[in-house]
Design a protein around this ligand. Sequence first.
Ligand SMILES: [Zn+2]
Length: 273
Amino acid sequence: MREPDNAGKGDSEWGFLLTTRALIFLGALASCAGLGAGALPASAGTLTDYRLLVLGAAPVKWGSSVLGTGTAVSYAIVSHDTAFEGARNCGAVGSVDELLASSDTSRLAFVGEVAGAFAAWSAAADIRFAAAPPDEADILIGAQLAPRGRAFTNVEFVASAEGGAGRITRSVICLNPLEGWKVGFDGNLDVYDFRYSLIHEIGHAIGLDHPGVPGELMDFRYLEEFSELQAGDRAGAVDLYGPVPAPVSVSSIDGADISIGGGAITVRISDAD
Ligand SMILES: [Zn+2]
């Protein structure tokens, strides 16, 4: 069994840590080891099949500090070397070109895996993602410039003045370019599937911790037993961002029904008569 990802431990192979800057902001310099230690009562699912990422004594999320509120987040694949002052992990990331070359994966295929990973979360809860230029994006994905472990996510946040969830201000996902990566499962647990790994890291990037039980994609083990979000993963996302809005019919003109929902605008044109 692989156990690649131990939250809050600096030597984890596949994990995440908050930044020094965020810690200093909160005046909680010693709290790093407590990452994920405070499971919150779950409003959906069970207490143990998901766990919100707790930073500075509160869960963190994008957008509104009110749990269950949807939002939109932008992302980019890093194009040039970028340093993040104060970051515990992913402190310096760069282009994934060499990582892709050594993994025999085309950039087009990787872009598709990234988009697919974000889409998995959009299909689970009211959080939408759109690609943006790297210097404007909320979530950045790049290759580690100082390779270690497998993959990390660094979450920057500011505490809520009103006592609600902290507001995530930037997340950086970094992959180790010296490790083997692949598209799809093949049973080799030493070479990680891009999409599975990215879905997991994006889960951290939007405010989820390891659930503490196996059987969820947010569990830290890499096992290739399933490739999609599990019930606890989805419940955690809904706790943070609310359910995917049901399609709402907003107009009906000359036989064309236009609906908006789930990140899509649908136009149905029917032949009357
Ligand atoms: Zn993890």
